[in-house]
Design a protein. Sequence first.
Length: 94
Amino acid sequence: MFLWCIVCCANAQRSTLQGKVTEADGTPIVGASVVLDGRTGSATDVMGRFHIPGITPGTYVFVVSILGFAKHQEELVIDADRTVDVELERASIE
């Protein structure tokens, strides 16, 4: 019984980050890398969506990147389930 309580409490403290990565015109970006603190992450699906479960509450560096687009980086505080949508700009060719 005690062990079950510990497992339930530990799982209750985990959150999920989800969202969508698109271009300015709303076109989904497929295959973008979505990473928290350089270690936990996901890739966007054909609809530009991502889903990262099991996140311990805290402050993270959130990075979205894919070849051909400017990298998006911001600090996120995650203390509950959260949705973050990101709009990437095409990288300039120099």
